[in-house]
Design a protein around this ligand. Structure first.
Ligand SMILES: *Cc1c(COP(=O)(O)O)cnc(C)c1O
Length: 342
């Protein structure tokens, strides 16, 4: 796997310039930087000027703190979970509080330690419900939260009425709070300036995925060819004999499979590339190997590209009936990563 850190930084800059100078653009680096390796990702982004990182869990925040030291802000979406107090306190992580219980736990365990507030404006996933928020609002605001945020459920569908509904509710719940506010992830940034508020939280767009259609590709995955064989008409390839050659064929076996995030279900629709030449997957994707037809190539390649400029994350996602986020975060559990630029 090759991760282009210059492309990552350029995607961050594009999303940053989509909002005005008064809006701070953070970076969401949860799930090991969407599967690309959190340390090189946060180093490159911090060098480019990112001051605020978002993670899902305190442990992920600890990894960012270890990599970057004290001068960045690290916000934790899961808030202040039982058992996380030492990590939050010692490493100066800022929990995004999502319930009255969490707020009480936080102020009792770490009085004076920073925190943010997360409101649920309709996604019904995480955050204080409007009524709960209104009942503790004055108490919470007296404790000087550093951020008030909410999350959009349908931001990748610009015309979805949920977007304006959540915008109106968030605006209403936070009118006049005097605290920086944040509503937009990648999709929200693209919806327009009224969604930007003071801080944006792009994730997937940084890594080259939709809904940021203009993103530069960040990940490339080249799979080594481990064996090549000629098969006769009528022979089959792979588990279950699901593919039979009509004519004599040359099949390359490449070293990767569903254990590397190349989901079995994408097999029938997926091609690999030798340069610009597509080479179809033949037979079922195994745990560690994939059969690919290279009959039409002039010579046997050393490797074939499954993810790169010829075929992006979202094409593979379509082939697998899923979204780019799931492809990115599934890739590369045991794959060596090479980093370019940064
Ligand atoms: C994951 C996440 C983000 C980033 O979303 P993208 O769609 O990847 O840009 C932002 N905010 C919250 C609360 C999230 O969970």
């Amino acid at each position: 796997m090759t991760v282009d850190l210059d492309a990552l930084v350029s995607n961050w800059r594009s999303l940053d310039s989509a909002s005005s100078d008064t809006t701070e653009t953070g970076a969401v680096v949860k799930a090991n930087g969407y599967g690309l390796g959190v340390q090189p990702v946060v180093r490159a982004l911090a060098k480019a000027g990112v001051k605020r990182f978002f993670v899902a869990a305190a442990e992920e925040g600890a990894a960012v703190r270890e990599t970057l030291g004290p001068n960045v802000e690290i916000n934790v979406f899961s808030g202040h979970m039982r058992g996380d107090t030492d990590m939050i306190g010692d490493l100066n992580l800022i929990p995004m509080i999502n319930s009255t219980d969490q707020l009480l736990r936080h102020v009792e365990a770490l009085p004076g330690h920073g925190f943010g507030i997360q409101l649920d404006t309709g996604m019904n996933r995480l955050g204080l419900e409007p009524e709960e928020w209104l009942s503790i609002r004055d108490f919470a605001l007296d404790l000087d939260p550093t951020l008030i945020m909410s999350h959009l459920a349908c931001a990748d569908e610009p015309d979805h009425p949920m977007n304006l509904h959540q915008l109106a509710l968030f605006t209403d719940l936070t009118e006049g709070v005097g605290v920086p506010r944040s509503l937009a992830a990648t999709g929200g940034i693209l919806l327009g300036p009224e969604f930007h508020f003071d801080v944006t939280r792009p994730g997937v767009g940084l890594y080259g995925g939709l809904p940021f259609a203009e993103a530069s590709p960040v990940v490339r995955l080249d799979l080594p060819v481990i064996q090549v064989r000629e098969i006769a008409a009528g022979e089959t390839v792979g588990y279950g004999n699901t593919w039979t050659a009509d004519e004599p064929a040359v099949i390359a076996t490449v070293a990767a499979g569903y254990a590397d995030g190349i989901h079995r279900i994408m097999g029938p629709k997926t091609v690999l590339f030798s340069g610009d030449t597509p080479c179809p997957v033949r037979g079922r994707i195994s745990m560690d190997m994939i059969g690919v037809e290279i009959t039409h190539l002039d010579e046997v390649p050393q490797g074939l590209t499954i993810l790169g400029p010829q075929q992006g994350v979202d094409v593979l996602a379509d082939n697998a009936g899923t979204i780019g986020y799931e492809i990115l975060t599934s890739l590369g559990g045991r794959t060596a990563r090479r980093y370019k630029g940064g």
